[in-house]
Design a protein around this ligand. Sequence first.
Ligand code: CTP
Ligand code: MG
Length: 235
Amino acid sequence: SACFAVLPAAGSGSRFGAQHAKQYALLDGQTVMAHTVQRLLSVPEITDIAVVLAAHDQLAERVIAGLPVCRVIGGAERMDSVLAGLLALTDAHDDDWVLVHDIARPLVRPDDIRRLLTACADDPVGGLLAHAVRDTIKRTQPVAQGQVADSRCVAQTIPRDELMHALTPQLFRYGLLRDALLAARADGVVVTDEAAAMERLGHSPRLVTGARDNLKITYADDLALAEFYLAQQRA
Ligand code: CTP
Ligand code: MG
């Protein structure tokens, strides 16, 4: 079965807090978007790539001009953008694969993408890259309205060996993912990753360990960390 890719890039980067969305920040002289697209393009198993953009985006054209990717207009939530990308892939069949990868993760290793593809090859559903949690994680007691974050109390400690950070790419059968996102939308549920949409329907996506340097640029200081990881990857 063929492998397609959807790169959601229609976010505004409000937490990053720059004039332009974070996918246009420069990482070693190139936009975050350019890094991410190039890494996906370097995986030969991927046949078609859809980049999902905000309707008013005026910067993408210069970044992806001449690259073999198609452009799609996204929606209000990440899940709306991913669904728009999926529906634009009109050549995809239900049992083909689709990789969904945040445009804001420019350091994904092509080798990790291929390990994900290999690990899921015989799976009816799919899976995602993830890495083990290092810190002990506490569940908090419900936050009362108006309560400041620093006044919360612990409700529970979650056994650390049960926890992993969900990364992207996330890889699913095209038809299952499309239907799972349509179902979430119909139910009024906002999922923050593709796996959560699949889990709602009772599927158990595979967790494939990926490198920790596949960070998502979220806040401005993540860019400095990405510069460091990029230099380390090249060393
Ligand atoms: N994304 C998208 N469409 C949306 C929201 C997000 O395509 N409506 C994309 C972002 O461009 C990003 C990825 O989903 O590549 C992960 O989202 P996030 O890190 O939350 O990015 P932003 O939504 O842009 O940032 P923020 O939440 O700080 O505004
Ligand atoms: Mg967001």
